[in-house]
Design a protein around this ligand. Structure first.
Ligand code: ADP
Ligand code: MG
Length: 252
């Protein structure tokens, strides 16, 4: 048995070299953090692995190119390695979080239309809000990449809004990452990273109860239950519950 090379460890995931060139393994952890506060959400990694697999697969069926290849086990999935564009693309449908703060809007205020925002993924700092000017001037992505990314992000938002609506959840906002994939000298933009309650705001349609990472950020309690409920409504809650694997020290 060979030990996999660990490439990167972030807050929510560990990235390992994949079994074939051009592939990576994403290991989903239970760890979380908000500002200086770190925490653990028991079973989150197992649930986010499943939730992201499910949503990326549905998006793929819709014709949205994604990095997802297949789930390997409870906590790991195989993805195509991409050149990550260091810009988080946030699509917002209702005011919440930093947008609500910035404009003094009550959380939940409907927006006249979906608003796309960009945040620069700089190492060691909270991603600052940037404009397309910064993105192109600093060379994070050329205009032709942005021309692909923006409609794709809106399409992902529309599709996910409908999908979640069908299970009684409102998609308040979603934070996406994209990457470049090279195939026979041709470059394609694909959806990467993950889609889960760590990077979506999801509110119950009837009660407006928060069912996402805001439960941790705002110390609302029943954090584990919220992630489980999202998986349950998607029809993908593992029967054994969010069981476990030894730890991120995975071997091939
Ligand atoms: P962070 O704390 O930086 O958000 P995560 O814990 O989310 O990190 O770990 C995932 C890391 O892997 C992120 O830096 C993300 O940009 C990167 N990543 C996600 N998907 C891919 C991919 N397909 N190829 C290369 N890197 C990826
Ligand atoms: Mg991340």
């Amino acid at each position: 048995m060979t030990r996999r090379r660990r490439i990167y460890e972030g807050t929510g995931k560990v990235i390992f070299e994949g079994p074939e060139p051009g592939t990576l393994v994403q290991y989903f952890k239970d760890d979380t953090s908000h500002k200086a506060r770190a925490g653990v959400i028991a079973g989150k990694g197992v649930l986010n692995n499943r939730i992201s697999e499910h949503l990326m697969t549905r998006l793929g069926e819709m014709g949205v190119p994604t990095h997802f290849m297949r789930r390997l086990n409870m906590r790991e999935q195989l993805v195509r390695e991409v050149e990550i564009i260091p810009v988080q693309v946030v699509v917002r449908n209702l005011a919440a979080g930093s947008l609500a703060e910035r404009f003094g809007l009550a959380e939940g205020t409907p927006l006249p239309r979906s608003i796309v925002e960009y945040y620069y993924k700089a190492p060691e700092m909270t991603p600052p809000l940037v404009t397309e000017e910064h993105i192109t001037a600093f060379g994070w992505a050329p205009p032709h990449d942005m021309d692909e990314i923006v409609p794709m992000a809106l399409r992902v938002n529309d599709f996910l809004s409908g999908l979640f609506h069908g299970i009684g959840l409102r998609l308040v906002d979603v934070r996406l990452e994209f990457g470049r994939l090279w195939e026979n000298e041709q470059q394609r933009i694909v959806l990467a990273d993950e889609i889960s309650p760590d990077n979506c705001r999801l509110w119950d349609l009837k009660t407006n109860e928060k069912m996402d990472k805001d439960r941790f950020r705002q110390d609302l309690g029943r954090v584990e239950e919220a992630y489980q409920e999202v998986a349950r409504r998607l029809g993908i809650l593992p029967e054994s519950g969010p069981g476990d694997l030894p730890g991120p020290d995975a071997i091939q």
